[in-house]
Design a binder for this molecule. Structure first.
Ligand code: BES
Ligand code: MN
Ligand code: ZN
Length: 508
């Protein structure tokens, strides 16, 4: 099995004409003319940059690139111009994307050392050197990611084993400040890549038990993390009827994974612990209410929420915030079989609330309701869950943003603020009382599907019933978690939510 690309990012004092590397990436806003050090570079390249701009081969459009060969004129054999987009719209997210484009090009060129001269410009109010360093590192990790652990032979040799990136700045003190942010960004970026790989693994390889083993491994590697796993027997002893029902149809038995982060020293506040809950359905066939065959293979990504929580817990252990944080990952495989749960079944959940099953394909909420109720019983608040929960959310808002619902305005506001920092975009959707009406059953406390309309909202309203008095928010990542196909360089999971949950949890 192929090892993933080993990425590192540093900051150095230096100059773009003298820094040695395999590839030098230089940023330009739209219609920006080479000036200062970039003009010196253009001169060294005999005006090649100006020519490309005159011909409109390179205009600085966001994430566009143009490659030049320096033929010994500077210390890097290759120069990559990277578009930063319109100057007046410049943002940290644009800078992150530019770094990703540069790192992705380095991978495709098999250029293991990469120097970045992307950040000499104005990237908005929030752009301190620390934040710039963070987003540059995040972008490098994202762009250098490939899922190729099952490629063998010739195909697997098309990329380097490592990417060593250096952010170059002409001032030593700026480089030092950048380095601080790069440290945080590298923690976030590597945790995101970790989550992407786990999410990308197919269901024949990664079963609920395999995810549990991975969580145990994670906890062994970090002193501040502990891990408890409830297997089928223990789930039965705890009366986790929702998780058990979904898991019944598969030979790969369900698990509830409980990770706990305890801050080193003493916790600074007496506030309640935070809970991060992630849906981890290793494969969602729909069960007895089986899905159509077309596109069914993508349901191996139905564990993306759970893998984002694993990634976030890994990053949290490295960042060491002063607060207790639980990561709860209910995991099952939703399969049709002689022992499957059926439409018509009435399931008693961990909360003791009963649910009439009307569609076995609405399985995510059956897992989450037990995990959320368990978190509430642990005294957690807020509780934040993330799940590839509904196709309806994708129909409503597409693949660029995740749906955000919840029962507390300030919690929603702080998640939106965290989302601004991480570039993982959200859209606030409703889930108030009225939506619960659609989830009421005549023969049980709730049913597991609503009517025809507002499926993302009724699903969230269902979940809200299990949070008790805790503050609770829900991310529906069905559109962003599964359809990474839009990432041309690395199709599959984009690890949505790792940075967001971590930045929220660690209060960065
Ligand atoms: N995992 C799916 C949701 C999903 C759909 C994720 C498309 C990514 C892309 C979920 O378990 C599901 O099947 N939801 C059903 C709910 C319905 C039966 C009420 C859906 O959205 O069709
Ligand atoms: Mn389903
Ligand atoms: Zn599902």
């Amino acid at each position: 099995m192929r090892k993933s690309i080993d990425v590192s990012v540093r900051a150095i004092k230096g100059d773009l004409l003298t820094v040695p590397s395999d590839l030098l990436a230089v940023g330009f806003f739209e219609n920006e003319k080479p000036a200062g050090r970039k003009q010196a570079l253009d001169k060294k390249l005999n005006g090649a940059i100006t020519s490309a701009m005159k011909l409109k081969d390179f205009t600085g459009k966001a994430s566009s690139t143009a490659l030049f060969y320096s033929d010994g004129a500077i210390r890097c054999p290759r120069v990559l111009l990277v578009g930063l987009g319109e100057k007046k719209k410049a943002s940290l997210d644009g800078l992150r994307r530019a770094a990703a484009a540069a790192a992705s090009a380095a991978v495709d060129l098999k250029a293991p050392s990469l120097s970045l001269w992307l950040h000499d410009g104005d990237f908005g109010e929030a752009a301190s050197p620390g934040e710039i360093g963070r987003v540059l590192a995040e972008g490098v990790y994202f762009g250098a990611y490939r899922y190729d652990e099952y490629l063998s032979g010739e195909q697997s040799n098309r990329r380097p084993d490592r990417i060593r990136a250096v952010v170059v700045d002409s001032s030593q003190s700026a480089a030092d400040k950048l380095a601080k942010g790069i440290r945080t960004g590298s923690i976030l970026g590597s945790a995101q890549s970790y989550a992407r790989t786990l999410a990308n693994r197919p269901a024949n390889v990664i079963t609920p038990a395999a995810i549990a083993a991975e969580a145990k491994k994670l906890a062994r590697a970090a002193a501040s993390l502990s891990c408890k796993v409830l297997d089928e027997k223990q789930l039965a002893a705890q009366k986790m009827g929702g998780i058990l029902a979904v898991g019944k149809g598969s030979v790969n038995a369900p698990r509830l994974i409980l990770l706990k982060y305890t801050p080193p020293g003493r916790a600074s506040s007496r506030s309640a612990p935070l809970a991060l809950v992630g849906k981890a359905v290793t494969f969602d066939s729909g069960g007895i209410s089986i899905k159509p065959g077309e596109g069914m293979q993508d349901m191996k990504f139905d564990k993306s929420g759970g893998m984002a929580v694993l990634g976030a817990m890994r990053a949290i252990a490295a960042l060491k915030p002063r607060r207790t944080i639980y990561g709860l990952i209910p995991s099952a495989e939703n399969m049709p079989g002689g022992n499957s749960y059926r439409p018509g079944d009435i399931v008693t959940t961990y909360s003791r609330k009963t649910v009439e099953i009307q569609n076995t394909d609405a399985e995510g909420r059956m897992l989450l309701c037990d995990a959320i109720a368990y978190a509430e019983k642990l005294g957690c608040s807020p509780i934040i869950d993330t799940a590839t929960l509904t196709g309806a959310c994708v129909i409503a808002i597409g693949t660029k943003r995740a749906g955000l619902m919840g029962n507390d305005e300030t919690l929603i506001e702080s998640l939106l603020a965290a989302s601004k920092k991480t570039g993982e975009r959200l859209w606030h959707l409703p889930c108030d009382e009225e939506y619960v009406e659609a989830m009421k059953s005549k023969i049980a406390d709730l049913k597991n599907i609503g009517g025809k309309w507002g499926g993302a909202c009724t699903a969230a309203a269902f979940l809200s019933r299990f949070a008790g008095k805790a503050k609770w928010a829900h991310l529906d990542i069905a559109g962003v978690g599964v359809w990474g196909a839009e990432e041309k360089d690395a199709p599959g999971s984009i690890g949505f939510g790792v940075r967001l949950l971590t930045v929220f949890a660690a209060g960065l």
